[in-house]
Design a protein. Structure first.
Length: 71
């Protein structure tokens, strides 16, 4: 990935990926690509996933399965 990402855990069921505060088409494409990859690979344990200006937010269905996401 071209841009550095900060990973934040909000409680036991939400993970946020933060990109730099930059407006760039390639940054948006990177976010969308990662969002699609995460949805495809972990769709069973994801309750919702969305992105905004610089954040990709992932809410998990089952807190007990949250370690599966990191594998």
């Amino acid at each position: 990935m071209k841009y550095p990402i900060k990973i934040l855990y909000l409680g036991s069921d939400t993970i946020e990926l933060h990109w730099p505060e930059t407006i760039a088409e390639d940054l948006l494409m990177e976010m969308i690509t990662l969002k699609n990859l995460i949805q495809k690979k972990w769709h069973i344990i994801i309750s919702s996933i969305y992105h905004s200006y610089q954040i990709l937010s992932i809410r998990l269905k089952h807190v007990a399965n949250s370690t599966v996401f990191m594998a």
